[in-house]
Ligand binder design. Structure first.
Ligand SMILES: [Ca+2]
Length: 211
């Protein structure tokens, strides 16, 4: 009888150990927002329009093909607009991002004027919203929504973790931005995907060099 109870105890202990290891090993998915449905509107309540931005709102618009898209809409009111997805500069409601695994920012965007946008970030290795942890990228999608892919390397994003971020939708006044989604794992609606026109290699080169 004692042997049986020892055996059961061992099995239970082993099971508990496996459970703990699984929990520790489970990696959080990086955050993704597509601004669809009621969840999208609820989610937006957590966001902060940190500086020089018209109110963040979710609206339904049509793309060039006439397809409906639910988008985050805002407008820059100065040369340094920024917003914190899923929180504020101090707290966010998503698990921090591992830059060694997720170093490409995917966004579906339509704008009224081409402009330079920025991503700033905060990491475990460098706990400040420093200029070093900033990457610029060009958004030119005036005619229709485009799926932008930005490989983030500046400041060592791709070697850092514990990351949270902010988006600066433009670096000038008067940029009207319609953002269909923000993701680090690709477009949530690949059937709608419209790649940037022109030579992709050139586009990528300009993105990578757009520091
Ligand atoms: Ca959307």
């Amino acid at each position: 009888m004692k042997l049986l109870s020892v055996t059961i105890s061992c099995i239970l202990a082993f099971g508990a150990l496996c459970f703990v290891l699984c929990a520790v090993g489970a990696e959080p998915e990086p955050p993704m927002w597509d601004f669809e449905g009621k969840d999208g509107k609820d989610e937006l309540k957590a966001w902060s329009a940190g500086n020089q931005l018209a109110e963040l709102e979710i609206v339904e618009v049509k793309d060039k093909k006439g397809e409906k898209r639910s988008v985050l809409k805002t407008k820059s009111l100065g040369g340094d607009p920024y917003m914190y997805p899923g929180g504020s500069s101090g707290v966010v409601n998503y698990g921090s991002i591992d830059g060694t695994k997720y170093n490409i920012l995917y966004m579906g965007i339509r704008v009224n004027i081409p402009n330079t946008w920025q991503i700033y970030y905060f990491s475990k290795q460098e706990q400040g919203w420093n200029e070093n942890q900033r990457q610029n990228f060009q958004v030119n999608s005036v005619d229709d929504f485009e799926d932008i892919e930005v490989e983030i390397t500046r400041g060592g994003w791709d070697k850092r973790d514990g990351i949270r971020f902010r988006i600066d939708p433009g670096t000038a006044q008067g940029v009207e931005a319609e953002i269909d989604y923000i993701s680090f794992t690709g477009s949530p609606n690949p059937d709608q995907a419209v790649k940037p026109t022109g030579n992709i290699a050139v586009t990528w080169g300009s993105l990578k060099n757009g520091h």
